[in-house]
Design a protein around this ligand. Structure first.
Ligand code: F6P
Length: 256
């Protein structure tokens, strides 16, 4: 039984890797929609990848918010290679509750890894005017420079409608996402099923185009309900590694 399970999992990893054309895919057993411990297992798998890929020369690691990346922080252990890391949030406020914010998760991950961190203090609702003046602030510019020179980015992928609701987005945005058939969300960008961007939350930090030059971008997302979101994001998304679970893997593989 155990053998069969292992075989299935590694088959799924292989299929997903070639389908999405990724460098690496890790599938953990179970469905995180059903069992919360499965999300922790994704967190644990992500921590091992981070340790393996971490280099002390390029030590900046940018992280996003969300419960999946929070599970990565939870599973982080001290006295690892990662104590040389400088953790930064990938982007500013995206409308999440404190525990799901990139800043909170970044600080927690650094604490668990005995590493360092820097935070980005930006309001969630930014007008174009305040955006333009904020990015000129010397303290903000300095941290933006650090974020852009990250060697590794660890991020979540969400289902579009779930994310809009969780962020208590305006009715106008909810309508726009419905009209344009939004499927996925990552980094504050909403994508349709072809992976085209249909909306972008205005906040400072990493922009999608910056990710092209970042050597190691890892997505952590699982649960059968995220199958479509993962597929949509992966069509054009810049990530080269996916950490997921059996629930999402089965949902995706049943459709390709
Ligand atoms: O809001 C931050 C974020 O990383 C989003 O970009 C993403 O859609 C979401 O969180 C994922 O959250 P969760 O891991 O809780 O599904």
């Amino acid at each position: 039984e155990v053998m069969k399970e292992t075989f299935n999992i590694s088959m799924m990893e292989k299929k997903l890797k070639s389908h999405f054309n990724l460098q690496d895919v890790v599938v953990v057993p179970g469905d995180s929609d059903e069992y919360p411990w499965v999300k922790k297992e994704m967190g644990r798998a992500c921590v091992s990848l981070m340790k393996k890929k971490f280099s002390t020369e390029e030590n900046i690691i940018a992280v996003t918010g969300g419960t999946s990346i929070s599970a990565v922080a939870e599973m982080m252990a001290p006295n690892t290679e990662l104590e040389k890391a400088l953790f930064v949030p990938a982007r500013g406020g995206l409308g999440e509750q404190v525990e799901n914010q990139a800043n909170t998760i970044c600080a927690e991950m650094a604490r668990k890894a005995s590493g360092k961190y820097r935070l980005l203090h930006v309001p969630d609702q930014l007008s174009k005017e305040s955006y333009s003046s904020l990015v000129e602030e010397p303290s903000v510019r300095e941290i933006l420079g650090l974020i852009r020179s990250a060697a590794m980015v660890v991020h979540g992928i969400g289902e579009a409608r779930t994310m809009a609701t969780r962020r208590q987005s305006s009715q106008e945005l909810v309508d726009k996402l419905r009209d344009k058939n939004a499927v996925a969300e990552a980094f504050g960008y909403y994508f349709d099923q072809s992976g085209d961007i249909i909306h972008k939350v205005l906040t400072i930090g990493l922009q999608l185009e910056d990710l092209a030059t970042i050597p190691y971008v890892v997505a952590v997302a699982g649960g059968s309900s995220k199958g479509h979101a993962i597929q949509a994001y992966m069509k054009q998304g810049p990530s080269e590694v996916l950490v997921t679970d059996e629930g999402a893997a089965k949902a995706i593989l049943s459709e390709i």
